[in-house]
Design a protein around this ligand. Structure first.
Ligand SMILES: NC(=O)c1ccc[n+]([C@@H]2O[C@H](COP(=O)([O-])OP(=O)(O)OC[C@H]3O[C@@H](n4cnc5c(N)ncnc54)[C@H](OP(=O)(O)O)[C@@H]3O)[C@@H](O)[C@H]2O)c1
Length: 247
């Protein structure tokens, strides 16, 4: 784990679910972690729970607001000298059909899952280049990037975009002669608030009681695997499903 020691890792969407778990784990593994989200009180609680609170900064950011993202990167540069690892995890999923859905909900998914991910990636890579470090950008994508589940709609489109962005970035970095790495992690169903919101409460509890789905910790293991490979090894994508899941 010495590859992670003292690395500055930004985790977006750290107030719940997968982001919360990876932020905790990265602190335990020796990183300096910047945990961001909108719900600041949840971030405060997270910092109280981590093994070394002095290694965690928390920042309130709404990923739909580009200026807030820029302000966050300025704060990181001032305090820690820039990021080494970016975990693009913040994401939102609404049920909003293509035939009669709500443009506002579509727009929120596109803004958070795609545009904010691109803005954070660009800002992080600029800081890595200024620091002259071979950093790592990791997108928390989805199996919805690889197949379209029923009702996938705009959410599946955003994750298909993340798949394309992963490959585009890999090629841009290679052309630029950079050793910065880019990885996607593509989980299927994970037991988090996002899934419960998407499936609505009764449906979710039925599903979770009948089917063993992934846990956030399962996704964290895949993220840590990708981050701790030797510098010449780039894990491109990891597809993860519960053994019980059919789709
Ligand atoms: N759960 C699944 O089944 C599943 C499967 C595949 C992939 N994923 C992906 O995993 C990632 C994490 O999701 P999760 O399952 O852990 O869900 P979650 O528990 O709902 O967490 C989502 C995180 O995103 C943050 N977020 C959402 N909108 C934001 C905004 N406008 N500004 C800042 N932060 C925002 C939330 O923070 P605030 O609300 O506090 O801002 C929260 O911390 C997402 O990219 C999701 O697409 C999830």
């Amino acid at each position: 784990m010495e590859l992670l020691q003292d690395k500055v890792a930004l985790v977006t969407g750290a107030s719940s679910g997968i982001g919360r778990e990876i932020a905790k784990d990265l602190v335990a593994k020796g990183c300096k972690v910047v945990a961001c989200a909108r719900r600041y009180e949840r971030l405060q609680k997270l910092r109280e729970e981590v093994s070394a609170p002095e290694r965690m900064d928390i920042i309130k950011v709404d990923m739909r607001e580009e200026q807030e993202i820029h302000d966050m990167f300025s704060q990181i540069k001032e305090k820690w000298g820039g990021v080494d690892i970016l975990i693009n995890n913040a994401g939102i999923s609404h049920r909003s059909a293509l035939i009669d859905g709500d443009t506002k909900l579509w727009s929120e998914m596109l803004n958070v899952n795609v545009l904010a991910l691109c803005i954070c990636t660009r800002e992080a890579i600029q800081q890595m280049q200024e620091k002259e470090v071979d950093g790592h950008v990791l997108h928390v994508s989805s199996m919805a990037a690889h197949r379209v589940p029923p009702g996938g709609g705009i959410y599946a489109a955003t994750k298909h975009a993340v798949k394309a962005l992963t490959e585009s970035l890999r090629k841009e970095l290679r052309v630029a002669g950079s050793n910065i790495r880019i990885t996607s992690i593509s989980p299927a169903l994970v037991k988090t608030a996002l899934m419960s919101d998407y499936l609505k409460d009764k449906e979710a509890s039925n599903l979770f009681s009948k089917t063993k789905v992934l846990d956030s910790k399962d996704v964290v293991s895949a993220i840590i695997y990708a981050l701790t490979q030797p510098p010449h090894v780039q894990v491109h994508d990891i597809l993860l499903r519960s053994v019980h899941q059919i789709t």
